[in-house]
Design a protein around this ligand. Structure first.
Ligand SMILES: *Cc1c(COP(=O)(O)O)cnc(C)c1O
Length: 361
């Protein structure tokens, strides 16, 4: 057990948490069907809408589930058999949207990307008759950040409902529903927000709310959440403790200003990338978010071996890849409670691992 808990953690979920979050995690779970708890949910909703610059009259659905449930519930509620959906598929999470469309019988165009950052949306023009678009703002499987502004422009021009999984983008990178023309946005608790896993949030603009399908399921029916949410409640038992942690986190982020957190993540990411640039590991993605750095060994070593060695020799957890990329890349998250001291543990370990002396400036 101690072995599992006492590690330096650099994974894209879970991420290193803040002291206040940890303390709130140790309290007795309070009863929640009362006005005091309603205030918690109402405050979380208002703060999220403000931080995301959501269009007026947008609403937040709080699901007790991991991020993928947010993706699936969104597909179930917002898409139907009359839709033609573009799926931007740049890796594992894009592929997940493709699979969800298949499972729920949604007509979809699988737009497979190979190293395209989408700043040029010309290829998308073939799909201008589509009704909806599904995209992961940051394709976390390879650390690829898309140009959300140009995607939003394309959707607006062609009257396409823009549905964005921003799970691994919120708090560390710019996200603005109005500026980026986002109609529905999916986030979750255990990435940039640095809370435990268990809470998925779907932010719905009025346009998205209008498109909610008549229900043929219970737990994920968005209308139930929207109606209950008016009085600050959820239809079923919510992740009570995580919502308390969320309330505190959002309060702190609002106090600091979201730009402070975006800047902080950028600083850490830049510092890390600069410090390791002389080691035989190179940046894999040409369009990286602040949230994460993806690295490919250049000396013939297996990426998977590096991940294993960092754990066994240095007690450090970075994220391995699966499938074809298992030996090619590994990932280092910059989300959550990161500072120079903490990231230096990883940087020093990498220098030691490669037998290179680290010269501090
Ligand atoms: C982490 C993540 C998810 C959700 O994964 P879960 O394991 O269900 O929490 C979805 N999309 C992206 C882009 C992610 O990074």
């Amino acid at each position: 057990m101690q072995d599992l808990l006492n590690k330096y953690i650099f994974t894209p979920g879970p991420v290193r948490m803040y002291e206040e979050t940890l303390q709130l995690g140790s309290v007795q779970t309070p009863y929640f069907r009362n006005e005091e708890f309603s205030e918690v949910i109402l405050e979380c909703e208002q703060d999220l809408l403000q931080l995301l610059n959501a269009p007026k009259a947008s609403r937040v659905v709080f699901l007790t589930a991991s991020g993928t449930a947010g993706m699936e519930a969104t597909v179930q509620n917002l898409l139907n058999k009359n839709d033609k959906t573009i799926v931007i598929n740049g890796g594992g999470f894009g592929q997940r949207f493709v699979e969800l469309c298949k499972l729920h019988n949604i007509k979809h165009l699988n737009h497979k990307l190979t190293g395209d950052d989408l700043s040029n949306t010309t290829p998308l023009n073939n799909y201008s008759s589509a009704t909806t678009l599904l995209i992961n703002a940051h394709e976390t499987s390879i650390g690829l950040l898309y140009n959300m502004k140009s995607v939003g422009k394309f959707c607006k021009k062609n009257n396409i409902l823009n549905i964005v999984d921003a799970i691994s983008l919120f708090v560390t990178d710019e996200l603005d529903m109005q500026k980026q023309n986002i109609d529905a946005l999916i986030i979750s608790s255990h990435k940039g927000l640095a809370l435990p896993p268990g809470l998925a949030m779907v932010v719905l603009s009025p346009k998205a709310i209008q498109k909610i399908n008549p229900p043929n399921f219970m737990y994920f029916d968005f209308n139930r959440y929207i109606n209950n949410g008016k009085r600050g409640q959820t239809p079923f038992t919510p992740a009570v403790t995580i919502l308390l942690q969320l309330q505190a986190r959002l309060k702190q982020i609002k106090k600091d200003g979201i730009l402070f957190h975006i800047d902080k993540a950028k600083n850490i990411a830049d510092y890390f990338r600069k410090q390791i640039c002389i080691l035989p590991i190179k940046e894999y993605s040409h369009s990286m978010p602040n949230a994460m750095t993806t690295l490919a060994p250049t000396d013939g070593r297996s990426a998977y071996d590096i991940v294993r060695d960092l754990d066994q020799k240095f007690n450090i957890i970075v994220a391995p890849n699966g499938g074809d990329l298992r030996n090619i890349i590994f990932r280092v998250s910059h989300m959550g409670n990161m500072d120079r001291d903490y990231i230096n543990v990883l940087i020093n370990a990498l220098y030691q691992y490669y037998g290179v002396e680290r010269k501090l400036p």
